[in-house]
Design a protein around this ligand. Structure first.
Ligand SMILES: [Zn+2]
Length: 329
């Protein structure tokens, strides 16, 4: 029986194993890095869908080719290893952060239950555990505390007044869009049509119709904030109920710099959290993978419900201004 860790070492060289199946290694594309390389930037995982993952993005082609190689070699030689306590982990099983073994048969059953390709299900299950393993490095490497976010804003926005905040935010939208603004219940009946208006009308009205909006635009004539009424123009609004303002910035920076989702604005909700407004994922597969990873990082999975209400800049919440604190130039 092969040891998967030997196959791994044959591809990436010496591995500093952190668990039975995951460790730090030298990035196969290290020479392509455009930023300083740290000891914990690249990790190899042999469980689930065997994966090498590096925090740099410039090395992506070399990492992809090493991953292809790794999966090809592992795929050709089934393995099993005995974990402490005598449990057995086989190729295709996933070692959960709790220490439990997610058996490959369970992964396949989940794929069938979801009507999903078995390979994609394994990729999703692997992404979740890899995200768990990477989480400490992510919050360390991409750390972006609140004061720094405000100081780093390409445009000075945080001190603008309420009307200016609101109109600045409206400019994020293409001119033809119909946008909803209201309170959470300003939706569902014909009289709520007045909360769905073109951007130009909102520009005239100002921030007086409620504290909430949506990351999605709606079809003209809508009076209900539902996914079916979204017109396809949308932002992905990232929020977390658990991460404080000094921590959630790491997720924003990671998405913007590493995953190249375009960050448009960061909004201070005048409560405990910050919202990052990003381009929406290009397709359903990317969206599902991102949802799996962001949930592990502590983000709210509701953000993938595109008709979800979020705080609008320029409105006051208990006397405090909901405002943009970082804005792309
Ligand atoms: Zn790399």
């Amino acid at each position: 029986m092969n040891d998967p860790r030997q196959i791994a070492a044959g591809i990436v060289g010496a591995v500093d194993w952190q668990t039975e199946v995951s460790g730090f290694c030298r990035c196969p594309g290290e020479s392509l890095h455009t930023h300083k390389t740290g000891k914990k930037d690249c990790r190899i995982n042999v469980d689930g869908a065997p994966t090498i993952y590096c925090f740099h993005s410039s090395c992506a082609p070399a990492v992809a080719s090493a991953n292809f190689n790794l999966r090809k070699q592992m795929g050709g030689s089934p393995w099993e290893i005995t974990l402490p306590g005598g449990r057995v982990l086989r190729s295709g099983d996933v070692l959960q952060s709790s220490g439990a073994v997610l058996r490959r048969e369970v992964v396949q059953a989940r794929a069938r239950a979801e009507g999903r390709d078995a390979g994609e299900q394994l990729a999703l299950e692997t992404l979740k555990v890899v995200a768990e393993r990477f989480k400490p490095e992510l919050f360390e490497k991409f750390r972006w505390p609140f004061a720094q976010i405000v100081a780093d804003s390409p445009l000075l926005v945080s001190e603008r007044d309420a009307d200016d905040q609101f109109r600045t935010w409206l400019k994020l939208w293409p001119a033809h869009c119909h946008v909803w603004i209201g309170d959470v219940y300003s939706s569902g009946r014909p009289e709520h049509r007045t909360h769905f208006r073109p951007v130009a009308e909102w520009y005239q009205i100002g921030p007086v119709m409620g504290n909430y909006t949506c990351g999605s635009a709606f079809k003209p004539g809508s009076f209900q904030r539902s996914n079916a009424n979204c017109d396809g123009t949308r932002f992905m609004v990232i929020e977390s109920d658990t991460l404080p303002k000094d921590e959630v910035g790491a997720i924003f920076a990671y998405l913007n710099q590493r995953l190249h989702f375009n960050l448009h604005a960061i909004i201070d909700t005048a409560g405990k959290s910050l919202h990052g407004w990003f381009d929406a994922p290009r397709d359903r597969q990317i969206e599902l993978r991102l949802k799996a990873v962001l949930t592990v990082f502590g983000c709210d999975p509701k953000l993938f419900t595109y008709s979800q209400p979020v705080r609008v800049p320029g409105a006051f919440r208990d006397g405090r201004l909901q405002r943009i604190v970082w804005l792309k130039n």
